[in-house]
Design a protein around this ligand. Structure first.
Ligand code: HEM
Length: 260
């Protein structure tokens, strides 16, 4: 069979994956399913790009890293922007099919947890919400104990002459990133002496700001759609989500800005 647009993209399978559970079908459930599926596709691409970002940084490929972070930050902006579409769904409309979601929740997104691990937000306790039988669950468990993009960032800094403190070189990889003053000093020196490296750091900051924006916008979508109701995943809902606002990926890039 000749290759076509449809069979290259496996559209017959892709477009057959939107099963609304409400009966009779609630109009907005289709939006709810498609938006989540779209997010999962973008998460897949981000994980793919973040793996490349790690390789770029560790191999001191600055132009590669610039191109990769430019793409990552652009995907992130799209993820934030897409929430506008979801906000066209009213609370009444969501209520009409919410009980059909039972206990399913974004809490269980294995790829979102993978994303967190790869960017150095290691919340081991969150893995218990994920479906252990999901095909990518083992990869998630592996990523929890692997180096994050921040560890690869330290490699890049080392290539550029920054001394990486022993406690960071021998750190427990299953723990989240911690800010470090010695790293901050190295980053500051590079910022003021190497303008091309500063371009990369600005793109990394854009990406980091973007993921914080996503957390904020998601929390507001939740607040305007379900108010102070509990989440279907069993958390306190908005109160739980607020705890992760302003959580940076690269704390050392933020810590020095007043000096620049
Ligand atoms: C009306 C729309 C939405 C509502 C009401 C909603 C609600 C919630 C709530 C209440 C939680 C906390 C966990 C729980 O108890 O369930 C949560 C977590 C989460 N949601 Fe949503 N959500 C919505 C849309 C989305 C969309 C479009 C995505 C895109 C992937 C998403 C991804 C996530 C993720 C990844 C988490 C885990 C966040 C974390 O652990 O920090 N949600 N959501």
């Amino acid at each position: 069979m000749a290759l076509t647009y449809a069979n290259y993209l496996k559209l017959d399978r892709l477009l057959d994956l939107q099963d609304v559970r409400s009966d009779p079908p609630e109009h907005d459930e289709m939006l709810f399913i498609i938006i989540h599926q779209t997010y999962e596709l973008w998460f897949k691409l981000m994980l793919h790009e973040l793996d490349k970002a790690g390789r770029d940084l560790s191999s001191n490929d600055m132009y590669g890293a610039i191109a990769t972070f430019k793409r990552l930050r652009t995907i992130m902006k799209t993820l934030v922007g897409q929430l506008d579409i979801l906000e066209t769904m009213t609370p009444m409309s969501f209520t009409s099919f919410r009980d059909r979601l039972e206990t399913s929740s974004g809490f269980q997104s294995v790829q979102f947890r993978e994303f967190e691990c790869v960017v150095g937000v290691k919340r081991a306790e969150m893995l218990k919400h994920c479906d252990r039988s999901a095909p990518n669950f083992q990869r998630l468990q592996r990523r929890l104990h692997e180096r994050s993009v921040v560890d690869h960032f330290y490699d890049f800094l080392a290539h550029r002459g920054v001394e990486i403190p022993q406690e960071l070189q021998n750190r427990n990889l299953s723990e989240s990133t911690r800010a470090n003053e010695q790293i901050q000093e190295g980053v500051y020196q590079l910022y003021i002496s190497q303008p091309d490296v500063a371009i990369l750091f600005e793109l990394m900051t854009d990406f980091d700001e973007g993921q914080q924006e996503w957390r904020y916008r998601h929390t507001k979508v939740v607040e305007r759609t379900i108010g102070n109701k509990q989440g279907t995943g069993g958390s306190l809902g908005v109160e739980f989500l607020k705890r992760t606002l302003f959580l940076p990926i690269f704390p050392d890039l933020w810590a020095i800005r007043h000096r620049l």
